[in-house]
Structures are given as structure tokens and as C-alpha cells.
Design a protein around this ligand. Structure first.
Ligand code: ADP
Length: 298
């Protein structure tokens, strides 16, 4: 049995499709991956979500949704007086735009208690974090989380990291680059998206992204290219794995679900190329349906 702990922020999602009533949901990059991991892993494996929520009714509802999805909530911190972050997806002439209210969300306190972090990561086989997880934390909390990840790694856990670069969430570009590189250096698996990486780090091509993270200390790097071939780099060298051409309806959650399919396959013992194909197989189903969290067959 493997226990995976995903760490980050789950938000209230208000989706406003054109010509239809608004829909309420709960989503966020690392939460989406936890949600798909739960679907991709066998029942015997455990998926826990580590975040912080408030003591309000919306936080209660979110916790209920996590439990209903089969995700462990035993390490969710409760911060009296704080509330979850929120975002709205506005659609106009088929174009989606996202507006966020997350500056004071409870999740920003997820790494405030080092003892709670250590307890949550004890016995974890894999720990999954993203650049968004790091971005929303204070510099002190980032340092606490990095120390906890380092300790988990020393105790035998593997760290999986999607840089998921969102420059607007960071105080400045230099801090983004420094923290993302440091986190990747702890990781057994780094899952960057090339367009974001090129913008933030100036990488010339996906191979350069993979080489940069490998040089930072990452063991395996899988570079996503928005539906193009994925570039992999591990001790066996560089590889390319194409993906099936599909006409996407909504790419929200594509990368998150790809990461889950890939990680679940690796945990199940698949080789890297087969794991990438498993990631594509999950993501291909997700991009064909509207919404971040949709039914998939694994
Ligand atoms: P991210 O959201 O992290 O940037 P990508 O957009 O690169 O991730 O997509 C991740 C995966 O989702 C791809 O590797 C592919 O499997 C699937 N995917 C995304 N966009 C498309 C597309 N236009 N056509 C087919 N598959 C896609």
C-alpha cells in the first residue's frame, strides 16, 4: 500500500458557462491531481490532501466534498476566522477567463505548523506539490515546507513537483525562479509545462527545460507541451512521447489529470514511457469534457 500526500490549495469554483446557470464546485491544481490520483490508484492506496481551511460552513462543505471523493482529510488544518479562496470562470464567446479571490485564504497557513507538517508526511510514499503551493506561502512558510519535504525525502518519500508557474502569484520573478528551482532539486519527478517555463526561464525548447531541472537535482523530468509530444529525461536519457490528437472542449485540469495518470502508473510499477502514455490517456478524456473534475475511465 502506498500513501500519497498532495499539498496545496483547494478553492471554491464558480463556473459561469454562457447561457447556463452558474455552477458551484471545489477545485485547485494539486487538489485536482489528488482527485484524479484517487481514481487512478487502486483502492488499497491512500490519497491524503494537506491544506488549511477555516471553521466556516463553506470549509465544511469543501471537506465533505473531499471525503466524498475518497480523499483523506485527516491532515487538513482548521484556522478559525479564515475562509477558503474562491475563483470564477467567466466565459464569453467561448473564451474562458479566471478571476481569483485568494489573497487571504486559509490555505496560506498550510505550512505554519512544522510539527503538523512532519506528522502529515510521516510514512508517505509520494508527496505531491506545485509551484502554486509554494507561491501562496510566506517566505517563512516556504522554508518550513521545503524543510519538511527534505526530511520526508530523507525518510524515503519521493517528491513529485509541477512548477505550474503563475508569475502573478509570486512577489517577483527572481523569487519564483529561486524557489521553483530549489523545490525541483528535491524532486524525484518534475512535471513542467514548456510555455510557462520558456516565459519564466527563457528555455529555448522542452529539452532545455528538462536539462535545467535535471541540473537542479530532479531525477526524472517530464515536460508537457500543451497537447504536443512530451519530452522526458531520466538516467536512461531523453525521450519523446507523442499524444493522441483530440479536439479539446475544455483544457482546464488537463495538466493536473495528466500528472495523476502518470504518477499512478509509476507507483504501479510502469516504466517512464508507459507512465506518460497513461497520463495522456487520462488527460485526453479530461479535455473532451467541460470542467476540471470529470468522470474518467482508467
Ligand atoms: P498544462 O495544463 O500543465 O500546461 P498541457 O496543456 O501541456 O498541461 O496538457 C497536459 C496534457 O493534456 C497533454 O500532455 C495531453 O495529454 C493533454 N492535452 C492538453 N491539451 C491537449 C490538446 N489540445 N489535444 C490533446 N491533448 C491535450
Amino acid at each position: 500500500m502506498v500513501r500519497v500526500v498532495a499539498i496545496g490549495e483547494c478553492m471554491v469554483e464558480i463556473a459561469r458557462p454562457e447561457g447556463a446557470p452558474p455552477r458551484l464546485g471545489f477545485a485547485g491544481d494539486t487538489y485536482n491531481t489528488a482527485w484524479y490520483l484517487r481514481r487512478c490508484l487502486p483502492d488499497g492506496d491512500a490519497v491524503d490532501y494537506l491544506t488549511a481551511l477555516g471553521d466556516d460552513p463553506v470549509s465544511e462543505e469543501m471537506l465533505g466534498a473531499m471525503r466524498a471523493a475518497g480523499i483523506g482529510t485527516g491532515h487538513v488544518r482548521r484556522i478559525p476566522g479564515r475562509v477558503p479562496g474562491l475563483y470564477m470562470i467567466h466565459t464569453e464567446r467561448g473564451e474562458r477567463s479566471f478571476t481569483y479571490w485568494r489573497e487571504t485564504s486559509a490555505a496560506r497557513c498550510l505550512a505554519d505548523d512544522p510539527a503538523a507538517l512532519a506528522a502529515a508526511l510521516e510514512g508517505a510514499g509520494w508527496v505531491y506539490v506545485s509551484g502554486i503551493t509554494m507561491a501562496i506561502l510566506s517566505p517563512e512558510a516556504r522554508a518550513r515546507l521545503l524543510a519538511a519535504l527534505g526530511a520526508a525525502r530523507a525518510a524515503g518519500a519521493c517528491i513529485a513537483f509541477d512548477p505550474n508557474l503563475r508569475p502573478r502569484l509570486w512577489e517577483d520573478a527572481g523569487t519564483l525562479r529561486r524557489v521553483v528551482t530549489e523545490t525541483a532539486g528535491l524532486a524525484a519527478l518534475v512535471l513542467p509545462s514548456f510555455d510557462d517555463e520558456a516565459a519564466a526561464f527563457g528555455d529555448a525548447d522542452p529539452g532545455a527545460t528538462a536539462a535545467r531541472y535535471a541540473a537542479a537535482g530532479a531525477e526524472v523530468v517530464v515536460v508537457k507541451t500543451g497537447g504536443g509530444p512530451v519530452v522526458t529525461l531520466d538516467r536512461g536519457g531523453r525521450g519523446t512521447v507523442g499524444c493522441e490528437a483530440v479536439a479539446p472542449v475544455d483544457t482546464t485540469g488537463a495538466g493536473d489529470s495528466f500528472n495523476a495518470g502518470l504518477l499512478a502508473a509509476l507507483i504501479g510499477g510502469a516504466g517512464l514511457e508507459a507512465a506518460v502514455r497513461a497520463g495522456h490517456a487520462v488527460a485526453a478524456q479530461v479535455v473532451r469534457q467541460p470542467g476540471a473534475l470529470v468522470p474518467v475511465t482508467v
